[in-house]
Ligand binder design. Sequence first.
Ligand code: AMP
Ligand code: GLY
Length: 424
Amino acid sequence: MMRILILGSGGRECTFAWKLAQELPKENIFITPGNAGTAVYGTNLNLSILDFEAIGKFCTENSIDTLLPGGEDSLVAGIQNYFESNENLKHIYVFGPDKIGAMLEGSKDFAKKFMAKHGIPTAKYQSFIKGQEKEAKAFLKTMNPPYVIKADGLAAGKGVVIPETLAEAENWVVDMLVNEQFGQASSTIVIEEFLTGIEVSFFAITDGKDYLLMPEAKDYKRIGEKDTGPNTGGMGAVSPVSFVDETFKNKVIEQVVKPTMSGLKKEAINYRGFVFFGLINVEGNPFVIEYNCRMGDPETEVVLPRLKNSLSEIINKAKNGTFSEIVPKLDERYCTTVMLVAGGYPGDYEKGKTIEIGTVTNSIVFHAGTKMNDGILQSNGGRVIAVSSFGETMNEALDKSYSSIKNINFEGMNYRKDIGRDLL
Ligand code: AMP
Ligand code: GLY
């Protein structure tokens, strides 16, 4: 039976552990570093997700056969290649893409070139490197405001700026390329056309040959109600998304998902795991805003509960070449999640606040930034707990999440009261 190590410590990883705990004995599930919630479903470790040597050593000493990286960092740093190229580790299946595949997320320039090459709809763009500030400014003059400027590399979700004026945009070019605002990540920048529309995310699971389409989701990124204030990791999510009808879904499959999958094959990229398609619906047509090489957080907290198939079986079938046999089974109900965050987040916030959780029967409580300290449950991050619920309608699911929240409390607790409201 599978023995799996999950890398990460957020609500996403808690959801993976929750799902796998329905399929595997607790003794077979490990999470590093995990949180107070993952400790209920498996064993937390204190290995850094970037210490591949320590992870490899733990895996061999504890007969781990599967590694599930939750976030992008270890994938972009090449954990799949590290395991595959090591004689003692190559029998361990890393359910995530290799270093090149992970560049779909790790390099915006790489992702744009990939999309251009494979005819995948995306905003018009040009890339510039340090020394090309003049060219970048000249390109800005050919565009209409607002301007979209992106640091090429990973910048902890902060590497995209959307200035309204040409002067501000020109300053950003200098800040990123010359002043290295985002360090190495902005030594290349992508300037692209601003697209107007509503965002939605699609997800696929793949073994590198075939794929399963998972339910779509909408994430609420801003801290404030009605999408105001600074960006966060995500304040809530809903699935399914009301404006995604059969016509739009078919366009996504034909114009985005299939060409992405065949592009990965054509380029012989060793891709397995999840593909996250960050899309924008422009007058009924999907455009790719970004790829991620992993599941979303908090999207996982609404997508994975709707997947009725066994996750360990999906991963095993990807490993042994029988992935194409899988018949996807999805829960038709709505699932919603509301993220409870620390006061001050996404700015400065305090950790170590005692969390009280009463009886919650109508929702699933996924821990994110939590830890146990001497038997006391405490906050340990900006995003603290995700409260997910099912309903026959989105309203019913949201009502359950919001009424469950009444039984959860910590000092400074904040959450958006309007998750899903724009879609009702
Ligand atoms: P990204 O990190 O590429 O997902 O960008 C972060 C956010 O910036 C997205 O979720 C969008 O809200 C916005 N964004 C990125 N690219 C564009 C674009 N071309 N047009 C409009 N909004 C964009
Ligand atoms: N919630 C957005 C992300 O995971 O990238």
